[in-house]
Design a protein around this ligand. Sequence first.
Ligand code: A3P
Length: 341
Amino acid sequence: MDSFLPSPDCDTISKTYNGQIDSHLIQKTNEGYREILPNLPRGKGWMTEHLVQYQGVWLTPNFALKGLMWVQDHFKPRSTDIFLATFPKTGTTWLKALTFATVNRTRYGFADHPLLTTVPHGCLPFLEACPNDLDGFRSPRLLSTHIPYTLLPNSVTVNQSCRFVYICRDPKDVLVSKWLFMNKLRPKELAPISLEEAFELFCQGISHYGPYWDHVLGYWKANLETPEKVLFLKYEELKEEPSVVVKRLGEFLGHPFSLEEVSKGVVEEIVKLCSFENLSNLEVNKSSVLKLSTQIVIDNRHFFRKGNVGDGKSYLTDEMIKRINEITSEKLFGSGLVFGS
Ligand code: A3P
């Protein structure tokens, strides 16, 4: 599959991002990284021991910080690039599958589709997870990112006509999904994070790529300002009417479904292929792993838990629900964006 390259080791920026970039420039980024790291504010990590705050966002000190710095310093966008932007645990895996299947629907048949044998993250790489030669990808490149819109380089957000699809989700479901997921990845030598602790950290904004609300608002504003560039979706809407959203996705990405495709049920085939029930029961997603770096190897099955709307509420106390709803109303006040109760 030419849209996917395995991610290399992530020990240093220079070792990782060695594609077409001048080694002096790489060295400069490396030096900058070493210089800033000791002085960054630290918070408790969910999966790693610490998170660090850089340019207002909380990141893992190794993988995510280096990824962001590399993107800011070296990423060369193409005008045809398509970015799937998400905050972790809001539906990244699902959106990747749907987008990959939609854009490539004339290339692959449903009976022997790559998504039947490859985890969606393997079909569509993370920009900041450093595939070592994005230049080798054919256009349009499908890339995903957790980087907040406001921290992406101008070459991506202002100067290029590349497109973004963003998906957000009710913060209560994001928090609980993230807490359960991160504890599975947390090294044995670190004690698990309790829900109370995760809740406090999340509310303070201290979680990977957090604060959550700032992340959402960055893409929401970009969508209001440049709707032709940024499509803004909600996990809950996708659950409710997947076929409607997939048609919107196709239209937005310049791959609209023809009347013939619609009448033949192509949209429904894509929805079925990418459904939680189908993907979570595939052998590859039950037993294989995703290797993001030497340190980060994730069992594919962890990407599929329940896939329900409102599940977060069954873990949180009434008081927690009240507090997170209040923070959400306060943060989103005046933006025009709302989540359910
Ligand atoms: P839950 O933990 O609430 O079940 P991400 O892909 O951003 O890591 O998000 C993971 C969440 O999306 C998990 O939510 C997971 O179960 C859910 N998910 C994964 N694949 C899905 C699919 N095909 N349809 C619906 N939800 C899905």
